[in-house]
Design a protein around this ligand. Sequence first.
Ligand code: CU
Length: 123
Amino acid sequence: MLLRSILAAALVAGLALPAQAQLLHASPAAGATVRSVSQIDLAFAAPVNAATAGARIIMTAMPGMTDHPPMAIKAFTIAPGADGKALHLKLRKPLVPGDYSVSWSVAGADGKRLTGTFSFKIA
Ligand SMILES: [Cu+2]
């Protein structure tokens, strides 16, 4: 009974919070295998400050190569989405087949910094 009240209180508190800029989805999605990628999109639930955004794209594996060292992909720029709630990592060249991990960081409109990491594969 006590647990149920605590859960109910937590739920109400959660609903009362203003919209937080958490990541809604990424494209390519976490864990996805895709054909070709020249842009990585991050969509947030609330506006983010693109001027504070940072990202690291690391190639972690490559077909036919064992012990591939982590390789930073640096040729990209970060552009804000038109609605202020997205970031677009625009690659200068499409990514070649392999495994990639993307770490991102950005401040929401409230100044609170959000971070995340996800991986995808290009076949
Ligand atoms: Cu590589």
